[in-house]
Design a protein around this ligand. Sequence first.
Ligand code: EPU
Length: 293
Amino acid sequence: MSLWDDIAERDVPLAPLTTYKLGGAARHLATAEHARDLLRIAHLLKEEPVPVVVLGRGSNVLVSDRGFDGVVVRLGTGFSWVDIGENVASGSATPLPLLARTAAKAGRSGLEFYVGIPGSVGGAVMMNAGCHGSDTKDVLLTVEIVDLGDATRQQVDAAALDLSYRHSNLGPLQVVVHAVFASEAGDPSVCEHRIREITRWRKAHQPGGVLNAGSVFKNPPGDSAGRLIDRAGLKGLTVGGARVSPLHANFIEAGRDATARDVYRLIRSVQATMGEHGVHLEPEVRLLGNFED
Ligand code: EPU
């Protein structure tokens, strides 16, 4: 018996909680609905320390087939909300496309680019998510954070997060509770037109209808990982049920019979081949659990 059994479910499959739909179970899954639930988790962590990770919408993560031997913290619907004012505030579990559409409909412009990112507000802050020439750094004003390490809750200015390309200085135990974004007054029909343009672009340029987790690798400075992998002739390369997307080479698609290990081995294989071409690629997708033999 573990103290975690009081507040968390045991042996919960993680695959349904990710866009890859792959991987094993979490020893425990704790779903928080309020910041106070996160503080409770922080206190429990002091009493019974275990490995802990926070899962957002699971759109940028590959879970090992062996699962995760620790506590996965998930933010429930209590963290999914959008509050439109002069600025736009949003709970950290809010899907970014919902944030984009809600702001656009209300005539608040500047957040349209989020329609192209299937993650959550918390995930966007953690890794300064962006697309179409904008990123979170451009629009974020403040965040509220609960630190699971020392059980504190604080407001932090965006400037203190050291946001740069796919990077923030937030650690794995720092959980975004909500975020406040700058926006400008705009014509809802113009905002919605921009949203339709981005959605159309994504349909044409990124694989849809197949399991994936977006870009697998960060772009190297001044270039595009997809362009480089494509140029190396790796489109269509497969390992088991995993395949480098024929549409965009920085996406790895998981077929019906794929395992997380197939995707992992393909990631490593692409990295190795690109290394031989003198290109160092760093995964953008988060690897959760143990993948080595
Ligand atoms: N390209 C190829 N072959 C390919 C893929 C791309 O030649 O197989 C070329 C394109 O023709 C284009 C260039 O590479 O000239 C850049 O491609 P793209 O416009 O698709 O942008 P990207 O750098 O591959 C980045 C983000 C995406 C984001 C798009 C659009 C990263 C790692 N990826 O992709 O973000 O949607 O820009 O703004 O920064 C994500 O992070 O998960 C993600 C999907």
